[in-house]
Write a protein that binds this ligand. Structure first.
Ligand code: MOS
Length: 726
């Protein structure tokens, strides 16, 4: 059922259950250990695998000596390119072939997989595998190889370039100009749960308990890689300990375990170690971004240009889309955005939370701050002057856009009027205190999702779909939607996710999870309501569902009296025309106060506030959690996170959570996130928009702008560490 028209009033508009700050329905399972993650799945007769990583960046395996490992206690198999099967290929989203030959294309590439009776035996034997390499010269650092950057082939993503009007001419003649370069570092997802898989075969049927954000895509990629029919592959992933994009695509753990389990005819389990995650899985590319903004004397943008360089393996086309938001956030007649990709011999770069905007806004929103200062305008006023009336590149209306309201409400709550526009003026003891703000925006995609909802004679409903919950609250919002639509208490709704035997779902990623899966469930519930109404002899259009009953006029009937032995219905949502006819984004404004130690340059956050609009909020508590989590991600991006690459050898030096720094509780001050009321009746039947990535978008820039306001030092090279301020 394609959604072609704006969404009119519907059953959710009463807002009885949906929207409420309901506690997570899976919360108890999570805090009591009842939620079973992939590696915790118990299985008889299981073997354990351990990955041997390549210890060079580029070259060829000259010899690989496995005999000592094979003779080590408990070892069942040492898999290398010599005894691994032929596999299907594709980019990192399509397939994940392993141990394909002697070629080493990146540091950390699996070169052997040791399987033993225990994890310790596998790990010990892995160190006995002796690999000799012929090294060749690799290209590792983005900055050193930017001259080789090329336009990526963008078949599945948005076009790499966009141009409107005459950017070059308009920028050259603009009375006020900003031309700055911002850089962001290599980043790692650093989710809590490592990548893990338990693989087992029953004949030609493969079952994988695996941590994966998008099970249906994963099922396809595994089938492609192993060259088996997709219906022979089942993925189970009911709980995932964070993903942030690192588990969007199938990783080596799943394929290695599947291959070994097939050869050994026994279940094989693997978890990557924390250090292995950094090399064996994906990361976010570093970026070099040039921002050019040209305005008239009143600050109206005449020309806006954003050039982005990122890196990836030569075989990959995925680029960090850091200029994507620049195409839609502000008005201006002359525009140019370009993405260029440098081929590098380092692990695969891929999506990390808000791929594109997260680091793009760290450049754009700081350049806007620089522009405001140059124009002697308040940063909010500058943005108001450049508020577009329609999408400035697509020339289509916004589905809904309340950026100005977010900025104004945030300014009021944060007491923005107390900010001194001149840096370095406000003190609190030894701290120089500053305030900064930035806009937030993130696209709102919708992806194919299906759902089944069943009402049983005991009065409980069961929702099933191959959706995932990566910690975001999917179980909870789906329970709320079904409860509201069917007039049931929430505790009478059981939500079963994370199994490819259930109806296909969009999975968790790109902020599309709740909107896509929730809309599919909404449609399934609508279909079930219709069946129930017809069974009750009532008009589906006017029937009301409440108190586990259906009512029409004076008439009321218990649902349990209508369902017989059980009644179910399917629902489906596909991206419809609305995604092309309307420019869809969620919006927000970040406000930050920092202190900078005047002697040491130490930066401490003092206050953070995010004010957002994202259509209907499905659960006030989980939404706020998501927003705050995103803002904390922004703190990491602005002040701490950085994978350090050794440019000589192409490996990441700081590959653990002791040295790859992420914010901890002590780093986070008074922080709050609020959502302004909004319904987007163009987005989807729920009238919601994605929120999973909105909080990170712009948060880092607001921090950087606050640091500048505090001490007058503008750092354009993230993360902003104290050494750079001195
Ligand atoms: Mo997100 S980077 O699409 O998990």
């Amino acid at each position: 059922m394609e959604m072609n028209s704006p969404v009119g009033p519907n059953a959710l508009d009463a807002q009885g259950i949906v929207g409420k700050p309901l506690d997570r329905v899976d919360g108890r399972l999570k805090v009591t250990g009842g939620a079973r993650y992939a590696y915790e799945t118990q299985q008889d007769n299981v073997l354990y695998g351990f990955v041997v990583e390549a210890s060079i960046g580029k070259g060829t395996i000259r010899s690989i000596e496995t005999r000592a490992a094979e003779k080590a206690p408990g070892v069942a198999l040492v898999l290398t390119h010599r005894n691994a099967p032929a596999q299907g290929t594709g980019n990192h989203r399509e397939a994940h072939p392993v141990l394909t030959g002697p070629q080493v294309t990146r540091y950390g590439q699996p070169v052997a997989f040791v399987v033993a009776e225990s994890f310790e035996q596998a790990r010990a034997a892995a160190y006995l595998v002796d690999v000799k390499y012929d090294q060749s010269t690799g290209k590792y650092a983005l900055r050193a190889n930017v001259a080789e950057a090329r336009a990526p082939k963008s078949s599945d993503a948005q076009a790499a370039d966009s141009a409107v009007g005459d950017f070059t001419g308009a920028f050259a003649s603009a009375p006020v100009q900003i031309d700055v370069i911002y850089t962001t570092p290599l980043q790692s997802h650093a989710m809590m749960e490592p990548h893990a898989t338990l693989a087992m075969w029953d004949g030609d049927q493969l079952l994988l308990h695996t941590a994966n954000q998008m099970l249906n895509q994963g099922q396809q990629a595994i089938a492609t890689t192993l060259k088996i029919p997709i219906e022979n592959v089942r993925l189970i992933s009911p709980f995932i300990g964070g993903g942030f994009g690192g588990k969007l695509w199938v990783n080596a753990d799943a394929i290695l375990a599947a291959i070994a389990a097939r050869q050994l005819k026994r279940p094989v389990k693997i978890a990557l170690t924390r250090q292995q995650i950094f090399h064996v899985t994906t990361h976010r590319s570093d970026t070099i971004q040039r921002l050019r903004l040209g305005t008239d004397r009143d600050g109206r943008i005449l020309a806006i240009g954003h050039d982005v360089f990122s890196g990836n393996l030569p075989s990959e086309q995925t680029y960090e889309g850091a200029a994507l938001q620049t195409r839609t956030l502000y008005a201006g007649p002359n525009r140019l955005t370009r993405h260029r990709l440098a081929p590098l011999d380092i692990p695969v770069a891929s999506s990390m939370r808000a791929p594109g905007e997260a680091v793009g806004l760290m450049a754009l929103e700081c350049a806007m701050d620089e522009l405001a200062e140059k124009l002697d305008l308040d940063p909010i006023e500058l943005r108001i002057r450049n508020e577009p009336s329609e999408d400035p590149e697509k020339h289509i209306p916004y589905s809904s856009r309340h950026l100005i309201a977010c900025m104004q409400e945030g300014a009021r709550r944060f007491e923005w009027d107390k900010r001194n526009a001149k840096p370095g003026q406000i003190r609190d003891g030894r701290w120089l205190v500053g305030m900064g703000m930035a806009a937030a925006t993130r696209g709102n995609p919708l992806h194919l999702s299906k759902a089944n909802v069943r009402l049983d004679p005991d009065g409980t409903a069961t929702v099933r779909m191959a959706m995932t919950d990566i910690g975001t609250g999917t179980y909870t919002i789906l329970a709320q939607i079904a409860a509201e639509m069917l007039g049931l208490p929430t505790q009478h709704v059981r939500v079963e996710l994370g199994d490819t035997n259930f109806p296909q779902a969009a999975g968790s990623g790109g902020s599309w999870g709740a909107g896509s899966s929730g809309s599919a469930l909404f449609e399934a519930c609508n279909a079930l309501r219709e069946k129930l109404a017809r069974t009750a002899g009532m008009d589906p259009a006017t029937a009301r569902f409440a108190d586990s009953s259906i009512a029409s006029g004076e008439q009321s009937k218990k649902l349990t009296d209508l369902v017989g032995t059980g009644m179910d219905a399917d629902g489906e949502i596909q991206p419809g025309r609305n995604n092309k006819d309307f420019s869809q984004q969620s919006y927000g404004a970040h406000f930050v106060e920092v202190g900078v130690d005047e002697d040491t340059g130490e930066i401490r956050l003092r206050r953070m506030l995010g004010v957002f609009t994202a259509g209907r909020v499905l659960n006030a508590k989980t939404a706020r959690s998501q927003a705050i989590g995103g803002m904390v991600f922004g703190v990491g991006a602005a002040l701490q996170e950085e994978m350090t690459l050794d440019p000589r050898f192409g490996y990441f030096v700081n590959r653990d959570l002791a040295e790859y720094l992420v914010p901890v509780h002590a780093d986070i001050p008074a922080i709050d996130a609020i959502f302004l009321a909004e319904l987007d009746n163009k987005s989807n039947p729920l009238k919601s928009k994605g929120i999973g990535e909105l909080g990170i978008c712009g948060a880092g820039a607001a921090i950087a702008n606050a640091v500048y306001n505090a001490c007058g030092v503008r750092i354009r090279d993230y993360p902003i560490t104290l050494d750079k301020l001195l």
